[in-house]
Design a binder for this molecule. Structure first.
Ligand code: AMP
Length: 406
């Protein structure tokens, strides 16, 4: 069993007055097709508490982020100028400057001229291939060109914490290093539910592929009381048990792994619930024939698209009795309304739980929003890959280094 116990230093009581803070955030926001507007600013607003706190206490900020995957090239369609402009609209009392270079004389000039309460946003850190270089020495030399502009490093980029990149690991190595509020909350909440949950602890795991969730299931089996499995990944489990799955998405290479998960769950006294019935369709759309099954089997020529009413009933009952609920992955193709009911009902049941409820990043965040219950959850994780790796019990490089430095 993998027990993570990180107690990373936060910024609550940190004296930052007159200091230049190098702040790593995850401002990897989605843009409209023509690149002219930010379509969802959640990632910007999520780090505002950290930014405001540091500015209110007399710091100036040098903000570093990545956006998209420019692969080490200067791709102006992924410039952070648009993010700097948006940030300015949130920070009425601060002047937000932008440096079109993250390193070099212009960035250094801007940084040196920063007054208390000012902000400098550096250009997309992934315009530099050194940021993601495999060679640590390359990352170290690159990091030095930026850390020399600052006194303290604060990491608030949970979404990038699973990456051993220069702005995550080497920045922290080269300066006194702390976690921003967002990063700290993510780590504290997820660690708490994995290490000392109130029970019963129910995990809801769905999504398209069992292959991408095997490691999460393996880890959760040792920690939770019940796992509710939905989404396409359920069909691999059902098929592995000899049931008919029609044309549903199944991964035959993972039949053995599915069996092993079920056996291991038995050993750890973790109950696994699989769908008892399904909403099926003749094609992957709402346009073909749609049929509800009465049992676990799916007829020839049909594919499973959502969990059925009996499954919704037993899943929501299990959730109702829980004191801790963790959700990662939709129960069906929730993007299409005809197949969203399972996901929406599970989300609504979770919203009523009087305990700790955590939505584990990625698609489940959109699904919770579709069900209109985001505000009812204890915590909605901002990470995709980072959340998944954390739930798998992996040590995230961005967290490990902060813990080591304390
Ligand atoms: P993941 O990224 O693995 O969490 O998977 C999320 C995706 O799984 C969503 O886009 C869903 O539409 C998809 N999904 C959920 N249930 C099914 C299903 N029964 N068949 C195909 N795709 C599904």
């Amino acid at each position: 069993m993998n027990i993570m116990k990180f107690d990373i230093p936060g910024i609550e009581d940190l004296d930052v007055n007159g200091k230049k803070i190098l702040l790593r955030v995850d401002f990897n926001v989605p843009l409209s097709k023509d690149g002219s507007t930010i379509t969802d600013e959640t990632r910007i607003t999520a780090s505002l508490p950290t930014i405001q706190h540091l500015l209110n206490r007399g710091a100036s900020l040098i903000i570093v982020s990545h956006m998209g995957r420019p692969k080490g090239k200067d791709d102006k369609s992924l410039s952070l100028q648009i993010v700097a402009d948006r940030l300015q609209t949130h920070l009425k009392d601060a002047k937000v400057h932008f440096s079109p270079e993250a390193i070099g004389s212009e960035a250094e000039k801007h940084a040196a001229a920063l007054a208390k309460g000012d902000v400098l946003v550096l250009e997309n850190i992934r315009f530099y291939e050194e940021e993601t270089a495999k060679d640590k020495k390359v990352r170290e030399d690159f990091a030095k060109k930026i850390t020399k502009m600052a006194d303290i490093y604060v990491d608030d980029a949970f979404g990038a914490a699973h990456r051993a990149h220069a702005s995550i690991v080497e920045f922290a190595e080269q300066l006194p290093a702390y976690a921003g509020f967002l990063l700290k909350k993510e780590i504290d909440v997820i660690q708490k539910i994995l290490n000392a949950p109130e029970r019963p602890f129910v995990a809801i795991i769905g999504g398209s592929k069992v292959s991408s969730k095997i490691a999460v299931l393996e880890n959760l089996i040792t920690k939770v009381d019940t796992i509710l499995i939905g989404g396409a990944m359920a069909y691999t489990f059902l098929k592995a048990r000899g049931l008919e799955t029609g044309t549903s998405l199944v991964e035959p290479d993972f039949f053995t792994a599915a069996h092993q998960i079920l056996e291991k769950a038995d050993y750890h006294k973790c109950k696994i619930l699989l769908p008892e019935d399904h909403v099926t369709a003749s094609e992957f759309s709402e346009k073909g024939k749609i049929k509800k099954t009465t049992d676990k089997n799916i007829p020839d020529g049909f594919m499973g698209m959502d969990i059925g009413p009996k499954s919704i009933d037993s899943y929501t009952k299990a959730i109702k009795d829980a004191k801790t609920v963790l959700w990662n992955g939709p129960m069906g193709v929730f993007e299409m309304d005809s197949f969203a009911q399972g996901t929406v009902e599970v989300a609504k049941a979770m919203a009523k739980v009087k305990g700790t409820t955590v939505v584990g990043g990625g698609d489940s965040v959109f699904a919770a929003a579709k069900a209109g219950v985001t505000d009812k959850m204890t915590h909605v994780s901002t990470g995709g890959g980072a959340t998944l790796e954390f739930l798998e019990g992996k040590e995230l490089p961005g967290v490990k280094i902060l813990d080591k430095k304390k």
